[in-house]
Design a protein around this ligand. Structure first.
Ligand code: AMP
Length: 446
């Protein structure tokens, strides 16, 4: 199968040739013809599957081939994304695909001045990438009209709900024309997502290309157990021992990010951090410098790092385990991308045993434990396995016991077709219930 046989027009094929895309990925093979045929989509696909091109290519084709010329302050296609970084990243991909088409594309998000965005929107844009909050601000200030809108894409829909954007989504939804095509992409299909889909989609085609909740098998995963207070020390020790060159590190909180960056910088290590409290320009600069290998260690919260596409990242370290088990899959998905191999190491303390158990259940594997001499924890991390059971109650050990061993490892790599494996349901439910379209608590800046 080629992109030409999927029905894409020549200007897009030329862009793909420039980018070196030869074969459509499974999500592209299914989404492109469906979107061109005008169908609504409900697609379970995470970053790394090629989903951006899966919706952007046919969308650009429809914009180029059909519909009226865009008028002042109007937008013909809207892609909603949860974070500013993702808005930039998706827009950059769109810009490259649209290189040979006479279309205007743009991205708007918060954390930067609204005035240049209002100016830019005056002449109208064919395709707008936006975060929900800033989009509503622009709409309320009459900088944007939706009367010409023909397509809406909700990208990373589950993360938008996680971040408390359900009210914004409801308000946007009310402002949109009812006759439109809607494409919903989500890494997972929770009940909330299904509810959202029920409200927004019309007879959608369901696509599930990457079995949900299954971690990439190109990523070697292991954990080191350690006492909480010794995590920074262990991190530095492992870094020196492994001669780590480029590492993306996940910490749970903004303070956690800052504390680790301070500690590393204090030791003369080239580290930087990104989280929701930092100005957008600072976040983008840190990310760009990390991508350019000018920063060795980038420490991030989940929100700041969600969906980022960093080529050839060899290593991800979970300094803290994620509160929501599914985030583990997103985190380790930053490495081992597009078939390359990667490594994901988690530093786990006794407090995190339930989080560990939830991750193992979700990914259906017992993560291999590797003890680090001199760092064996005083507070032992109880044994866990992929059944979701904490095997033993914590007790003071005489000798730390190695366990695990990859029992039940049935994880699949990315870009695999649907139906190969039935997803596992976590027995420990992730703590993530934001009712759709209500005014639930906002967690915009972890
Ligand atoms: P995404 O899942 O959309 O974030 O895409 C992940 C990465 O795969 C991006 O770097 C894309 O440029 C790349 N990519 C997407 N589709 C293809 C393809 N058909 N062939 C090669 N690379 C691709």
């Amino acid at each position: 199968m080629t992109f030409a046989t999927l029905g894409l027009i020549e200007p897009l094929l030329r862009s793909l040739e420039t980018l070196g895309y030869q074969t459509p990925t499974p999500v592209q093979a299914q989404a492109i013809p469906a979107v061109l045929a005008g169908r609504d989509l409900m697609a379970a696909a995470q970053t790394g599957t090629g989903k951006t091109a899966g919706f952007a290519l046919p969308l650009l084709q429809l914009l180029a081939m059909e519909g009226p010329k865009v008028t002042a302050n109007s937008v013909r296609a809207l892609i909603l994304v949860p974070t500013r970084e993702l808005a930039e990243q998706v827009h950059e991909a769109v810009r490259q695909y649209a290189e040979n088409l006479p279309l205007r594309t743009y991205a708007v998000y918060g954390g930067v001045s609204i005035n240049p965005q209002m100016m830019k929107l005056r002449s109208g844009v064919d395709l707008l990438v936006a975060t929900p909050g800033r989009l509503l601000d622009l709409f309320r200030q009459n900088a944007l009209k939706f009367n010409q809108l023909q397509t809406l894409v909700l990208d990373e829909a589950d993360r938008m709900l996680d971040l408390g954007f359900s009210e914004e989504l409801a308000n946007i939804y009310r402002a949109l024309p009812s006759r439109r095509q809607t494409l919903l992409f989500s890494a997972t299909f929770s009940d909330d997502i299904r509810l959202l889909a029920g409200q927004m989609l019309n007879d959608p085609l369901t696509i599930e290309v990457s079995p949900r909740n299954v971690a990439a098998n190109t990523v070697k995963q292991w954990i080191v157990t350690v006492d909480k207070k010794r995590k920074p020390e262990l991190f530095v020790h492992l870094m020196r021992k492994g001669k780590w060159k480029q590492v993306l590190v996940f910490a749970k909180t903004r303070n956690g990010v800052d504390a680790l960056v301070d500690k590393l910088q204090g030791l003369g290590i080239n580290a930087d951090g990104i989280h929701g409290d930092k100005p957008q320009a600072t976040r983008q600069r840190a990310l760009d410098r990390f991508k350019a290998s000018e920063v060795q260690i980038l420490v991030a919260t989940d929100v700041a790092a969600r969906g980022l596409d960093i080529e050839d990242l060899p290593l991800v370290v979970n300094f803290d385990l994620p509160i929501v088990a599914e985030d583990y899959i997103h985190r380790i998905g930053r490495t081992g991308r597009a078939g390359s191999t990667g490594e994901a190491i988690s530093l786990v303390c006794a407090d995190e045993v339930n989080l560990l158990s939830a991750i193992e259940t979700l990914t259906r594997q017992t993560l291999k434990r590797q003890n680090e001499p001199d760092f064996e924890p005083e507070h032992r991390v109880p044994d866990t396995d992929a059944s979701g059971q904490v095997v033993k109650k914590p007790k003071k050990p005489k000798k730390p016991k190695a366990s695990g061993g990859g029992g039940g490892k049935r994880n699949l790599g990315r870009w695999v077709d649907s139906g190969e494996v039935a997803p596992a349901e976590p027995s420990i439910k992730p703590v993530r219930k934001v009712p759709v379209f209500n005014t639930g608590p906002r967690k915009r800046k972890p």
